[in-house]
Write a protein that binds this ligand. Structure first.
Ligand SMILES: *Cc1c(COP(=O)(O)O)cnc(C)c1O
Length: 387
C-alpha cells in the first residue's frame, strides 16, 4: 500500500500486511523458521537465514516504516538493541551530544560500554538550545535526543535541535518511544533516524520486548542492516507477530491514553495533596507550547509530586489497585512507580534533587481502563498514604 495515500489509522492496520499469497491468510503468518531452501547455490527466493531476514520481521519493518512515514525500517530484539545499532556507527574519538535526562539504559550504554571504546559523550539540558549548540565539537558525530523525557516530561524542540546537528554534519536521532508516531513524526521535523522501544506503546500489551530504527536515508539503512545481521540482536517471528498485532490498535489506544492522562493531570493539578504535576498538556508545563506545535496530543505519561515524604509516596504506589506498581510503560494497563527508589535509584540523591526528581515524585503510565476507576484508585491511595 502507498504510504501517503492513507491516514495512520488505516496504515497501522494494513501497511506491510497483504494477505498471504499462498493461502489467503489475512494475518501475517509466524514464520518460525531459521533457514530457507535454495533453488541453486546462492539462488534463493529472498531469504536465506532468519538472522539476516525473516518474512514476519519484514512485514513488521514495513508496517513500522509506514507509521513513521519512513522509507526504511529495521527491527531488533529490544529497544536497547536498536539504540546499540546506532552507536555501532561511531568510531573511536567520536563525540556524542545527548540529554542529561536520557533513558537510563541509554545512559548506561554510553557510560559503561561505549566509554571503553573511546567514544565521548556530553550530557546537556536538551530544552536549552544554546547548551546543545555549545556542546558540539569538531568530533561530534551524533545528537541523541528524547522528547517527552522521563520522568518530568520535558519537551525538546525537535526542529531546532536537529537543525543544529545538521549544521554540524552530525546525525540526529530521536527516541520516539514516549510519543509514538501517532503523536509525533520526528523525520518530518528534520531527524535523520527515529528509534523505538517496541516494548512500550507500539507493542502496547506488556507482552513483548522489541526495538526498531526508521530512516529515509538509504546509506544509514544499509549500515543498520549490516549491523543487524553482523551483531545479531534480531527479534524472533513470534515477537514480530505480537508487535504487528499491537500496532493495529495504536491509534485507538493512544486516543484513550491521552484522554485519560489529561483528565488525571487536571485532577491532580487541583488536588490539595499534590505539589506539582508534570504533563505537557497542562498550560503551565514549560514545554507546553513546543509540545502543542510538534505533537498531535500530549501522550499517556505523567508525573506528580506528592506533598509528603518518600515513605508516603511509597505508600501511594503500594496502595493503588488499578495502577500496578511496576517499571515500564505504554501497555493498556495503568502502571505506577516512584523514580527515587526505583528507576532513578542509581543517581546520587543530591544530583537527583537538583534535576527536579524529588523523593515524593510519582510517575504513572496511564492505561485505558475507565478514568473514573483510575481517579478513585489514586484518591484512595493518596488518602491512605497521608492518614
Ligand atoms: C524502554 C525504553 C528504552 C529501551 O527499550 P527496551 O525495549 O527496554 O530495550 C529506550 N528508550 C526509552 C525512552 C524507553 O522507554
Amino acid at each position: 500500500m502507498e504510504d501517503d495515500q492513507f491516514r495512520i489509522e488505516t496504515r497501522s492496520i494494513h501497511a506491510g500486511q497483504e494477505p498471504d499469497e499462498e493461502t489467503g491468510a489475512l494475518m501475517t503468518p509466524i514464520h518460525a523458521n531459521s533457514t530457507y531452501e535454495q533453488d541453486g547455490p546462492g539462488d534463493h527466493r529472498g531469504y536465506e537465514y532468519s538472522r539476516t531476514g525473516n518474512p514476519t520481521r519484514t512485514d513488521l519493518e514495513a508496517n513500522l516504516a509506514s507509521l513513521e512515514m519512513a522509507d526504511y525500517g529495521r527491527c531488533f530484539s529490544s529497544g536497547m538493541g536498536a539504540i546499540n545499532t546506532v552507536l555501532n556507527l561511531l568510531e573511536t574519538g567520536d563525540h556524542v551530544v545527548t540529554g542529561n535526562d536520557v533513558y537510563g539504559g541509554t545512559h548506561r550504554l554510553f557510560t559503561q560500554v561505549y566509554d571503553q571504546y573511546g567514544i565521548e559523550v556530553t550530557f546537556v539540558d536538551m530544552t536549552d538550545l544554546e547548551a546543545i549548540e555549545a556542546a558540539f565539537q569538531d568530533s561530534t558525530e551524533l545528537l541523541w535526543l528524547e522528547t517527552p523525557t522521563n520522568p518530568l516530561m520535558s519537551i525538546v524542540d525537535i526542529e531546532s535541535a536537529t537543525a543544529i546537528a545538521d549544521a554540524h554534519d552530525a546525525i540526529s536521532v530521536i527516541d520516539n518511544t514516549f510519543a509514538t508516531p501517532y503523536l509525533q513524526q520526528p523525520l518530518e521535523l528534520g531527524a535523520d533516524v527515529v528509534s523505538h522501544s517496541l516494548t512500550k506503546y507500539l507493542g502496547g500489551h506488556s507482552d513483548v520486548v522489541g526495538g526498531a530504527l526508521l530512516t529515509n536515508d538509504p546509506d544509514l539503512d544499509e549500515r543498520f542492516g549490516f549491523y543487524q545481521n553482523a551483531v545479531g540482536a534480531t527479534p524472533g517471528p513470534f515477537d514480530c507477530f505480537l508487535v504487528l498485532r499491537g500496532t493495529k490498535t495504536l491509534p485507538v489506544r493512544m486516543d484513550r491514553h491521552c484522554e485519560n492522562a489529561r483528565t488525571i493531570a487536571d485532577w491532580l493539578a487541583e488536588h490539595p495533596a499534590v505539589d506539582a504535576v508534570y504533563y505537557p498538556g497542562l498550560a503551565d508545563h514549560p514545554g507546553h507550547e513546543i509540545a502543542a506545535r510538534q505533537m498531535d496530543d500530549f501522550g499517556g505519561m505523567l508525573s506528580f509530586e506528592l506533598d509528603g515524604t518518600l515513605e508516603q509516596a511509597s505508600t501511594v504506589v503500594e496502595e493503588t489497585e488499578v495502577f500496578t506498581l511496576a517499571e515500564s510503560l505504554g501497555g493498556v494497563e495503568s502502571l505506577i512507580e516512584q523514580p527515587a527508589p526505583m528507576t532513578h535509584a542509581a543517581i546520587p540523591r543530591e544530583e537527583r534533587l537538583e534535576a527536579g526528581l524529588t523523593d515524593s515524585l510519582i510517575r504513572v503510565s496511564v492505561g485505558i481502563e475507565h478514568v473514573d476507576d483510575q481517579l478513585a484508585d489514586l484518591e484512595q491511595a493518596i488518602e491512605t498514604a497521608l492518614e
